[in-house]
Design a protein around this ligand. Structure first.
Ligand SMILES: Nc1ncnc2c1ncn2[C@@H]1O[C@H](COP(=O)(O)OP(=O)(O)OP(=O)(O)O)[C@@H](O)[C@H]1O
Length: 679
């Protein structure tokens, strides 16, 4: 296993980078034609210095722009849909069918067919173009092809405003690059126009739900910002967003150690604590504390305004606008008071209620700031592929284990596959046994810890023993969290047990197997967890989900996602039938149609309850739980001790306790009695 090579991206470790085969890049559904209409870019590495125009040389233009019909064909082939939501709003007042309303509001801008166009057509900062080339990205992914022109084109002409944008694109499809490139270019242009570095202040904010994701975005951003004059940093303790407003150290959560220090902050004198970076990446709570330290006590208090912020990006927008983070995110959004603020929301899953919330927040803000209609930016929605489906390149296995102890057995079988269990008795077509690295998800921190305790000695000592397995959750100190992340990226840890903390956005390139030891609490959760494998077009990723009797009532949604993903894979296999054998082979252990019929529909209340609390038997024991619930929860605990062994241990413990209390009781009576005086 070459885990080191697979996981080494983002670690700074040098590995040999080879050109991926065309079907392995994220644009696997079909190659992107070059400017002259041919498919010549595919399969050939672009020369780094041949196309990038020099900074300021705007005379180089594309020799050939695609006609509208070609753009339509391109969008169809790559499953790209761009809708102008204002046109859609106007069209929805008509009596036309919804389908035709949608068709009327679709737009067909020029796509980005190669990274070379960034220099040629969009005249981006040459250092930025060089940094992109340095990353050895050979061609844009669908989301990059669709959104980069939308965000970069308005920068070319003065007075043009970038659109507000909602983007839904599959996991691992390169959304981070899609929002970072235009942001860095916009900031670099603003620097050139201003040329007054003394004025430097934060002009853009990127919000992400976890510290791990914040750290990852900053690391990716740093690579792209190199030598562009643009700086990016993560929110950290003691930072001031404006002079005299230090963040309360104890109320402010720290970011990971692997985020390098912003050099501006390391100067000793106090004003240096002022954030001087251009782009600030933060979790919503960290930022909201910076804007209003007492925010949690009084959430009605408006946070201090951030009038200089020109761009706000919500990565994993559906989580940020979910009730869990909603108040904090909206508080930051409201604090960005610039009338020319450009907002973009990115995720693999944005449900219609979240989309409505985002759109209404955008409109209300424009009304509040009294921005004339003529000056309001376009509002666009880009969808890549099918909404709320998992990547077709991932194989899914939904495994019934009946009980909790069945799961442990299943997990051990995955870790130690034998010939008999991995290939169904000599079946030559059976899938090969899954190979580490594994990312294992549980419902709660306590369960992640228990599973770790159970499995920590399962890897044989000659293979590294317990150092190969780790647990990561939000109760661990930040430095431990970042060290585990680093080791997993470097391939030193093979099995990482975690909670939903790592289900969103985190990019471990080489994860081969995602195990849902406990089923996720939402369908979107499944899409995101599964999406930790099969990233950047990698094939061979497997997502195994165990379910027990208690889960049967909830798994239909997951089964539907798997069925949709398999259908997409089958149709892509048909398209590739003349050559792409990897795509042509259907995943092993897929969903049988009878199972889809047999599984009960999930009621709205059950969905809501699952989302809020998880499966009941796996929740922590509460003081007000009745005896039956306690028993059920105890039974669902992760462990290899049999019921008999547990009862024996409890019996012995009770006997020892009783003997101890018999011995201490007389003393307690002597010392504990109140002194009644000499009388
Ligand atoms: N054009 C490209 N060609 C090849 N690889 C790319 C390209 N763009 C991005 N990648 C790689 O794809 C991987 C996934 O990218 P990224 O983390 O941005 O995905 P994402 O769409 O944000 O996923 P998620 O929804 O899970 O957050 C990263 O390792 C990134 O380096």
């Amino acid at each position: 296993m070459d885990a080191l090579k697979l996981l080494s991206r983002s670690t700074g470790l040098k590995t040999k980078i080879s050109k991926p085969s065309p079907q392995n890049v994220p644009s696997a559904s079909g190659h992107i034609p070059s400017e002259n209409g041919s498919d010549s870019t595919v399969g050939r590495k672009r020369k780094r210095d041949s196309k990038d125009s020099d900074d300021g040389d705007s005379s180089v233009t594309l020799s050939h722009l695609l006609t509208e019909e070609e753009v339509r064909q391109f969008q169809k082939k790559h499953k790209i849909k761009i809708v102008d939501l204002k046109l859609f709003r106007a069209a929805s007042k008509s009596t036309d069918s919804r389908k035709s309303q949608k068709e009327q509001s679709r737009i067909f801008p020029q796509p980005l067919t190669s990274f070379g166009q960034l220099g040629q057509q969009y005249n981006i900062n040459s250092a930025l173009a060089g940094n992109i080339a340095q990353q050895a990205y050979f061609e844009p992914t669908e989301v990059q092809a669709a959104t980069l022109p939308l965000l970069l084109k308005p920068l070319l002409e003065e007075g043009q405003q970038e659109p507000d944008l909602l983007t839904i694109a599959p996991t691992g499809s390169g959304k981070t690059l899609a929002f970072l490139i235009p942001l860095i270019e916009k900031t670099s242009r603003a620097h050139r126009q201003r040329r007054d570095q003394a004025e430097k202040h934060v002009s853009s904010i990127i919000l992400a739900p976890t510290k791990e994701l914040v750290s990852q975005i900053v690391n990716e951003g740093r690579k792209l910002c190199s030598k562009t004059g643009v700086s990016i940093t993560a929110m950290r303790k003691g930072m001031e967003l404006w002079e005299g407003h230090a963040v309360e150290a104890e109320s402010q959560s720290d970011v990971d150690e692997d985020v390098e220090h912003n050099s501006d902050l390391e100067k000793d004198h106090n004003p240096s604590r002022l954030v001087k970076a251009d782009i600030l990446v933060s979790t919503p709570l960290s930022l909201v504390h910076a804007l209003c330290p007492a925010w949690e006590e009084d959430q009605t208090k408006p946070p201090n305004p951030l009038p200089h912020i020109e761009t706000l990006i919500l990565d994993e927008a559906d989580v940020l606008l979910d009730p869990l983070f909603r108040a904090q995110t909206l508080a930051v959004w409201a604090a960005c008071t610039s009338p020319s603020l450009q907002i973009s929301l990115w995720s693999a899953t944005i449900g219609s209620s979240i989309e409505e919330l985002a759109i209404s927040t955008i409109y209300q803000r424009q009304k509040r700031l009294k921005i004339p209609r003529s000056q309001r930016p376009q509002l666009l929605r880009t969808i890549i592929g099918l909404k709320d489906t998992s990547l077709p390149s991932i194989s899914h296995r939904l495994t019934y284990t009946a009980t909790e102890s069945g799961k442990l057995l299943g997990m051990r079988q995955l870790l130690h596959p034998t010939r008999a269990t991995s290939s169904s008795k000599g079946d030559a077509d059976a899938a090969p046994p899954p190979r580490t690295p594994f990312l294992v998800f549980t419902q709660t921190i306590a369960r992640a810890q228990s599973l770790y305790d159970e499995l920590q000695y399962d890897i044989p000592a000659p293979a590294g023993g317990s150092s190969r397995i780790a647990v990561l959750h939000s109760s661990l100190p930040d430095h431990v969290r970042s060290s585990i992340m680093q080791k997993f990226r470097e391939g030193k840890i093979w099995v990482l047990i975690t909670t939903d903390l790592l289900s969103r956005g985190v990019d471990f390139r080489g994860v081969n197997v995602v195990v849902n030891y406990d089923i996720p609490t939402t369908v979107a959760g499944y899409v995101h967890r599964a999406g930790r494998t099969g990233r950047a077009g990698r094939r061979g990723g497997v997502c195994v989900s165990f379910y027990t009797k208690e889960d049967i009532q909830y798994v239909k949604g997951i089964a539907n996602v798997i069925a949709a993903s398999e259908k997409a894979q089958a149709s892509s296999a048909n398209r590739h039938e003349n050559g792409d054998s990897a795509a042509a082979s259907l995943p092993a252990g897929g969903i049988q149609p009878w199972l889809l019929h047999a599984l009960p529909d999930v009621s709205k209340t059950a969905k809501k309850d699952l989302k809020l609390h998880g499966v009941q038997s796996r929740r922590a024991i509460h003081a007000d739980d009745d005896e039956k619930t306690r028993r059920m929860k105890r039974k669902a605990r992760i462990g290899t001790q049999s019921g008999y062994e547990k009862r024996e241990v409890n019996r012995k413990r009770a006997a020892v306790q009783a003997s101890l209390s018999r011995r201490t009781a007389p003393q307690e009576r002597d010392t504990g009695a109140e002194w009644g005086g000499f009388d």
